[in-house]
Each structure stands twice: as C-alpha cells, then as structure tokens.
Ligand binder design. Structure first.
Ligand SMILES: Nc1ncnc2c1ncn2[C@@H]1O[C@H](COP(=O)(O)OP(=O)(O)OP(=O)(O)O)[C@@H](O)[C@H]1O
Ligand SMILES: [Mg+2]
Length: 244
C-alpha cells in the first residue's frame, strides 16, 4: 500500500520582493522512495527542498508531513519531532557549518536530541571513519576545501539518521571516488528504508538515485513527475527544461 509521508498541495512561494520561486506545486513523496528533482538554474529546486524541510512556509497551499500540516505555528510549538525525522544537506555548505571543529559539527545534532555524550562520541567516531574524514576532526569546518565541507555537512546530517534525507546538489565539489562512495552510501541507506530526495543538475547522479523524477520548468512549476526511465526517454522535455 502507498504510504505517503509528504504531501504538497497547490504550493506557491515567493521570496520577499522577488519573482515567484515556486508556482502551484503538487507533489507526493512516498516512504522509502528515491525521488530526484531536476531543473535549470533558478527553477526552484532548492526552494522546494526548503519547503520540505520546513525552513520556509508556503504563502499559498499546504505542506503535510507524516499526516500533519507543517506550518510556522506547528514548527514553533513542536520543532524536534520534525527535525528528528527529516534532514537537509544544503547546496551551500557554508550555510550549514558553524561549529569550531569538524568533530563538534557532527556531534551537534545528536547532542541536541539529548543522546548521551558517551554514545555520541562513539557515533561521531564511526561516522568520521565511514566518511574518511577522521583526520579532519579538529579542523574548523569553515577552513576546509569545498568537497571536504560537503562531506562534513553530509556527515552531520546523516549522524541523525533521519527517516527522510533531503539532499541539495550533494555531489557538488566531490571528486569521482567520493561521488561513487556517496551514491553507494545513499543507496544502502535507502535499502534500509530511508527516503531519499535529491535535487541535482547532474543527470548521471539522477540516473543512479531516482526511482521517480520531478522536472522543474523555467516557470517555477513542475513540468513532469514520472518514473525515471520515462523522463530520461523524453528528450524534448529534457531540452525544454534546459537539462541537455
Ligand atoms: N534568498 C533569496 N532571495 C530572493 N530570491 C531568491 C532567493 N533564493 C532564491 N531566489 C530566487 O528563487 C528562484 C528559485 O531559486 P532556487 O534557488 O530554488 O533555484 P534552484 O533550482 O535551486 O537553482 P540552482 O540550480 O541554481 O541551484 C530563483 O528565481 C531565485 O533567483
Ligand atoms: Mg539550488
């Protein structure tokens, strides 16, 4: 049976004094699926992920997650329930990283969610090891390279083991080996039940990480939602969406 965890109905969003970023977005996300959002620069991919992470709220329409309407009031009164279940890795790692060291960065989330410090230490060690960034543990995140920052940002979100992982251009800045490793890691998490929603320009990555795809058009609307094979077979659609 279909288990819809996110439901977006008629969503419109515009940044202050700006043109619309999202227009009439209707979308369902099912538990355990791999959904990839593609579209040209400025089409609204990042904005859509921010809506799904409840960082911003639609000016029109409604976002429902796990059967509850997610609005400002709900997030103010009950922030941890949602934050425990959904994690976003930002397109720009500099927005995400704020701790004095890589270790503290990865430990921050689990400590916030009141895990015991002993357990957190072991968890962080194993994640740093898994990501191959153990030797960066004492470095300030803001002085790392772009790819290193991306790995720390990914590690800090994955440390919370959320039910839904929202990833905004997760392979940006990663070298080929790290890219391959990340894709394998995400597929493994997905096999264990994590819902993975990825926004990317990279059609190679999209191919590997999508059961289903959402194509954003230049009018900030969804042009198509469909099985990834169907979308990839539609050259006209990919051309119009400025993807090839
Ligand atoms: N902070 C902001 N203030 C004003 N307008 C913004 C802001 N962020 C994005 N926009 C605008 O909203 C629209 C959607 O932007 P968004 O970042 O969601 O696109 P995107 O598909 O993620 O693009 P990219 O492929 O470049 O990452 C664009 O027109 C953009 O200029
Ligand atoms: Mg973006």
């Amino acid at each position: 049976m279909k288990d819809v965890i996110f439901k977006l109905i008629g969503i419109y969003y515009s940044y202050a004094d700006s043109v619309p970023a999202l227009v009439d977005i209707n979308l369902e996300v099912e538990r355990g699926e791999k959904l990839v959002i593609v579209g040209a620069n400025g089409s609204g991919k990042s904005t859509l992920l921010k809506i799904m992470d409840a960082l911003i709220f639609p000016q029109r329409g409604e976002f429902t997650a796990f059967g509850k309407v997610v609005d400002e009031r709900e997030m103010r009164s009950n922030p941890y329930e949602f934050r425990k279940r959904v994690g976003l890795v930002f397109q720009d790692s500099d927005v995400q990283l704020f701790s004095p060291s890589v270790f503290d960065e990865v430990a921050f989330g689990p400590l916030q969610l009141s895990e015991e410090p002993e357990k957190v230490r072991d968890l962080v060690e194993s994640i740093l090891d898994d990501f191959g960034i153990g030797d960066l543990r004492d470095r300030p995140p803001h002085r790392l390279s772009g790819g290193e920052k991306k790995k720390v940002a990914l590690a800090s979100v994955m440390a919370l083991n959320p039910e839904v992982l929202l990833l905004d251009e997760p392979t940006n800045g990663l070298d080929p080996r790290s890219r391959k490793w990340l894709v394998r890691k995400l597929l493994e998490l997905n096999r264990k039940g994590t819902t993975v929603v990825t926004a990317t320009h990279d059609l190679e990555i999209a191919k590997q990480l999508a059961d289903r795809m959402v194509v954003m058009g230049e009018g900030h609307r969804i042009e198509r939602t469909g099985a990834s094979e169907e979308v990839f077979a539609d050259e006209k659609l990919l051309l119009e969406a400025n993807l090839i």
